[in-house]
Ligand binder design. Sequence first.
Ligand SMILES: [Cu+2]
Length: 388
Amino acid sequence: MNTDNEFFNSKMGQYSKMARKSVFQLVFAIALLISFAACKQTHSTSVMSKTFEGDGDNLERVVQELVAPPLLPEHDQLAKGDPKIVEVSLTIQEKKMEIAPGDSIWAMTFNGSIPAPIIVVREGDFVELTLKNPATNTQMHNIDFHAATGQMGGGDISEVQPGQQATFRFRATRAGVFVYHCAPGGMMVPMHVVSGMNGVIMVLPRDGLKDENGNLVTYDKAYYVVEQDFYLPKNADGTYKNIATPQESMQEMEAAIKTLIPTHIVFNGHRTSLVGRRALQAKVGDKVLFITSQANRDTRIHLIGGHADLYWPGGKFNNRPITDLETWAIPGGSAAAALYQFREPGTYVYLNHNLIEAFAFGAVAQIKVEGEWDNSLMKEISKAGPIE
Ligand SMILES: [Cu+2]
């Protein structure tokens, strides 16, 4: 019996060893399958393997009514239905504009504002842009979308002389905030850009923005704040020239921009665009998306008293956002997006943290936040008084 038992036990041992081996092999096979599937999924969503079909001709059309900065056009944060053609119209206006109290430039603008209005679409939508250059203007203009794929970002096929209009369409294949600007060629490119011809398009992921853990995150408000460097020509005594015509502005400004030293660095086209009674507004608890670009020059943005809860690297929403930033860099020719939930009331300052460029040149905005003070985050222990 003992022998049998030993035999049996030993057989059972073998069976159990075999069973363990089989289970191990099964688990190993499943793990392989899962990792293969995950790998396949990663590959299928890689930006390197995206393919596109159709030119969008038969898609549903919607018209986007653009609005003046710092506001965004009406939009849904999550896509409704299939990709659409979003029709957008920009009319170029050449006009004299004040950029600081008493200081003016011959501005060149899309739709009359500096910056140009922000366009909002979703990944996979087509943007159908009509660019109008009224006969009253003096210059040829066009538009280069950093969000577009194709020659000159559309610059070649959108060239319009005064009295002309042109329409082209591109598919928004990448999610994020992207600069667009006029690019008529040669020295006219920087001249038109620093005369105000730049803006941003925001391409939202179809299923919305994601936080650092991959969960949906929405915003209560969004503000569009663009830094612009200006180069005003000066008289021999250092005062700014009063430029009478756009042609004179082009001649005089070339020498001014070649100094590489701006005379003004401001937000939204004017030193006082977003301060005092024009400060941005929010409430404690609001999650505010700040969209900021600089089309020509590097900058670095800081929110005094707050942070970027979420900052999307390079302003591109398919990257996992990084958290808790104090200051975020914007290389010239790009845009940034940062989300912050205000937790305390007060007047916040959103600025270029080269503090000379902020306070001496003008790159400052304010946000007035209403709500109840929270001692769990900051508490005044004793008011300023004589040293004891
Ligand atoms: Cu132009």
